[in-house]
Design a protein around this ligand. Sequence first.
Ligand code: IPD
Ligand code: CA
Ligand code: CA
Length: 266
Amino acid sequence: MQHPSLNIAIRAARSAGKLLIRYLDRVDLLKVESKSHNDFVSEIDRSAEAVIIQELRARYPDHAILAEESGAQGRGDWLWVIDPLDGTTNYLHGFPQFSVSIALLHKGRLECGVVYDPLREEMYTAARGQGAQLNDRRLRVASRPSLQGALIGTGFPFRNQRHIDAYLGMFKDMTMATAGLRRPGSAALDLAYVAAGRTDGFWEIGLAQWDCAAGALLVQEAGGTVTDLAGGKTYLETGNLVAGNLNVHQAMLELLRPHLNERLPA
Ligand code: IPD
Ligand code: CA
Ligand code: CA
């Protein structure tokens, strides 16, 4: 039986996705503001978020919410973590890679997650202990035994450039050890691709909870491993995240470890 909250999240993600598609060919008319260096928000991020919150609130008025554009609302054991448009920069350029990400946590533990790619109509879903799916298909991470021949996703530290040198070192070593790296521009979808076995692994530094909460559960429920850079469980707090099947994940941790320092501990 499908988790009831998952159905609500799927519906909310679909409504937000419809809105994103409706405005996609009018992006030049959108009002865009810069929140900080290289961090943009448009009317669409805000409207999509409002639609999601309205749908979740109608069903779960007592649940707390943490949403990228409107922040934290309410308190309690149940928390919805929402990124209404993951890949805003892509969206504003008409670059076709972006998603809606919604996760539900209970007392800090991931219960269910949805990542929706409205352009491809791909709905990735996961519920704790019940596996992960892409539309109606069960997902399984790739079975590659090592980094040799691996395709690895990543995200560049384009906002906070404090870790750029450490990151470039990681990038160099990862490029040399694998078949190639990809930087598609939506961390939530990057994680969904690991869950679907389209990439063998993914890492990024400095993500927000709403970028990676749903995607992390997708990877775990597809049989993969998700940790911070030191192999610990703090990835939702630090935003430093490594994901892959057990072997690839381990090999990635080993490759990344020499680049950790006092400024970038885990
Ligand atoms: C961003 C995307 C991007 C990642 C950034 C995120 P946004 O989210 O996920 O791939 O590299 O770290 O902040 O701002 O487009 O929702
Ligand atoms: Ca995001
Ligand atoms: Ca966003």
